[in-house]
Design a protein around this ligand. Structure first.
Ligand SMILES: Nc1ncnc2c1ncn2[C@@H]1O[C@H](COP(=O)(O)OP(=O)(O)OP(=O)(O)O)[C@@H](O)[C@H]1O
Ligand SMILES: [Mg+2]
Length: 625
């Protein structure tokens, strides 16, 4: 067989090396192309961040999908500004981004400039003095002093001069909203003796300047500022670390500075506090912290305790616990009446209104209807009759026994209160004298001896305990719970709040959604919120979320009467509603959705702060659940 042996071509070494290197290069190139193609198919970070469109208009920018922005520059500001001077502007307007560009000025030029300025002012001074223009003299004198002081401070390295430019970007979802916000922003700045102007025909460049990229595109509009002025531009640093009065609440989440809480202050329209937060966010702990610490400064509290979770604290603080149970009278008599301290007489007409509204509530629950006109008239007649039987009239002395007697072991004349009529008397009058069969049979369910007969008794409950806790946790039946809430809220309004007290008091309603379910109890909250301040009372209301509360028509009126709002952790589902409702700055959203128990946003008047509410070890033993 013929074998053809192919001779192997032997290339010189150098040639082989070159070919190998070429191959490697080609391989690398191919890999690179492959890699590039792979990454080309991925969405880039920039496409996630960039707006869908950027259209520059004369004085605003349209960025697609209902996004509008207008950029302003700060033209004039007052000579003296303090730390936090921009806070209330941000809090009022909401979504505004402020960018401050800072450049340090060359010291030699600054000294030269200041010397020139002082000389010019001094020559003006001499000129005005010669002309006899004394009006301007003291202003010039002040300016000379201030510039000289600045020059001295810079010379001895105590201060520096900066060029700063402040641009503000107002964001909105519609052009209308943008115009409204812009007007508000201009007004707010005008109130602070400042002037801002939109950057006409430069909106796109201005937009780039508001981004945190240190773009300095528009070179004019720089202003001079010293170190102290510059420090006032930082949004987090605050000197107003805390209110001095009131109670210690916690620490500022950013600066760690201690924060006090006082809502009975002239700066606020009312002392009420509303607390919102998801379950477990720390609502009840916050309420207990406030109640416990204010008790130390002699404030009182009446608590409507749906879950029985305030009992331990009330016990620890030596308060009174009223455990409301079926069939057991609790010492509140619906027909107890006192002298109205404001009016100076016995106000039977108000009592009629009170009983009528309780009866209306009962009928509503039992028969799903409201009182008929003849029933309203019958109730009025019956209430008047039960007081007539006891000879109680408008006259303030008529609630006392005529003769003296022994009262709490002491012989007393003239101030022993008469035995008051009760629901049993009312029922008897309705049945025998007025002969209203329908109402009579419904009312009989509420007489002493029946499960619902807990308010058919003489009053024994005193209002002078520092803390009164109505524990209604054992009342599970819907109608009964409603009746109990109705009577207790009436008692709080007409008895607890009506007495003249030197000490400030709180009415605490935790799990407030229980009261929002019914018109009458929502009315109570609204009435409480509106009237509280006059009576030196503050309502503390806690509920899980805003939408739950907004089921009641009165919700907005009630929240508007709460000048202090504490927002604990919010759910993703409700955060947008909360942000919109309270007009919060956008940075707050993340804090609220990620807050740990006790971390909150405190809105006090227009002031917004992030706080961690602190508990001491001693407190945590009886206030955590
Ligand atoms: N300020 C705080 N510091 C530390 N832990 C806290 C704080 N507030 C609450 N917690 C913790 O969170 C738990 C739940 O708090 P709390 O009972 O107040 O929640 P809540 O919002 O009232 O919930 P719910 O809606 O279920 O009543 C507490 O038992 C405690 O362990
Ligand atoms: Mg709770």
């Amino acid at each position: 067989m013929l074998q053809i042996k192919r001779e192997r071509k032997i290339r010189p070494y150098k040639k082989r090396k070159r070919i190998k290197e070429k191959k490697i290069e080609l391989h690398k190139k191919r890999r690179k192309i492959k890699d590039e193609n792979f990454f080309d198919n991925q969405p880039q970070l920039i496409s996630l961040l960039a707006p869908e469109v950027i259209q520059e208009k004369q004085d605003y920018i349209y960025m697609g999908d209902d996004k509008y922005a207008r950029i302003f520059v700060l033209m004039f500001y007052p000579s003296y500004i303090g730390i936090g001077w921009l806070d209330d502007i941000l809090n009022t307007i909401g979504d505004v981004d402020i960018s401050t560009q800072v450049q340090i000025a060359d010291e030699r030029n600054v000294i030269k400039y200041l010397t020139h300025k002082v000389t010019k002012l001094q020559s003006d001074y001499l000129l005005f003095e010669k002309q006899g223009n004394i009006e301007e003299l003291h202003k010039l004198e002040e300016n000379i002093q201030s510039f000289e002081e600045m020059r001295r401070n810079i010379q001895i390295n105590n201060d520096k001069l900066f060029f700063i430019k402040i641009t503000l970007r107002v964001n909105a979802t519609s052009l209308k909203e943008l115009n409204e916000k812009s007007k508000l922003l201009r007004d707010e700045f005008a109130n602070k003796s400042c002037e801002i102007r939109p950057l006409y025909f430069k909106q796109l460049d201005a937009l780039k300047e508001t981004l945190p990229l240190n773009n300095n595109i528009i070179s004019d509009n720089n202003r001079n500022m010293t170190t102290a002025g510059l420090a006032a531009m930082f949004p987090i640093a605050r000197t107003k670390s805390s209110v001095k009065e009131g109670i210690y609440l916690g620490r500022d989440l950013f600066t760690g500075l201690p924060m006090n809480l006082e809502t009975f202050t002239q700066g606020l329209a009312n002392a009420n506090i509303a607390i919102f937060g998801v379950p477990g966010s720390g609502k009840s702990v916050t309420v207990k912290t406030i109640v416990g610490r204010t008790a130390l400064i002699n404030r009182r509290a009446a608590i409507l305790d749906v879950e029985g979770e305030y009992v331990a604290q009330t016990e620890k603080l030596g308060g009174r616990i009223i455990k409301v149970r079926q069939s057991i009278p609790v010492g509140i008599n619906l027909f107890d009446i006192d002298i109205d301290e404001d009016e100076g007489f016995i106000d039977i007409d108000s009592k009629i209104t009170e009983i009528r509204s309780i009866m209306n509530g009962i009928i509503n629950k039992y028969e799903n209807r409201t009182l008929k006109p003849n029933e309203i008239a019958d109730i009025e007649q019956a209430v008047r009759e039960v007081y007539r039987e006891k000879e109680i009239t408008k006259d303030r002395d008529s609630i006392y026994e005529k003769e003296g007697g022994k009262y709490e072991g002491v012989i007393t004349f003239g101030n022993i209160k008469k035995k008051m009529p009760t629901l049993t008397d009312f029922h008897r009058v309705m049945k025998e004298k007025i002969r209203n069969k329908g109402l009579t049979s419904t009312i009989s369910n509420f007489l002493n001896g029946n499960t619902l007969g807990i308010f058919d008794c003489q009053s024994t409950l005193k209002i002078n305990d520092q803390i009164i806790c109505f524990d209604i946790s054992e009342i599970k039946d819907e109608i009964m719970r409603y009746y109990v809430c109705l009577v207790l809220t009436t008692w709080i309004t007409n008895k607890y709040m009506a007495t003249k007290e030197r000490n400030k008091r709180y009415v605490v309603v935790d799990e407030a959604w229980n009261l929002f379910k019914n018109k009458e109890t929502s009315d109570f909250l609204e009435n409480l919120a509106r009237r509280a301040r006059k009576k030196k009372v503050a309502m503390i209301l806690a509920t899980q979320n805003l939408s739950e509360m907004r089921q009641s028509n009165q919700a907005e009126a009630i929240i508007n009467c709460c000048d202090t709002i504490i927002l604990l952790k919010q759910s993703i589902g409700s955060i947008d509603e909360i942000m919109k409702f309270f007009k919060l700055p956008s940075g707050v959203k993340e804090i609220l959705t990620k807050a740990r128990p006790g971390e909150c946003i405190l809105i006090r008047g227009g002031d917004v702060r992030a706080i961690k509410i602190d508990m001491t070890k001693f407190e945590s033993e009886f206030i955590t659940t």
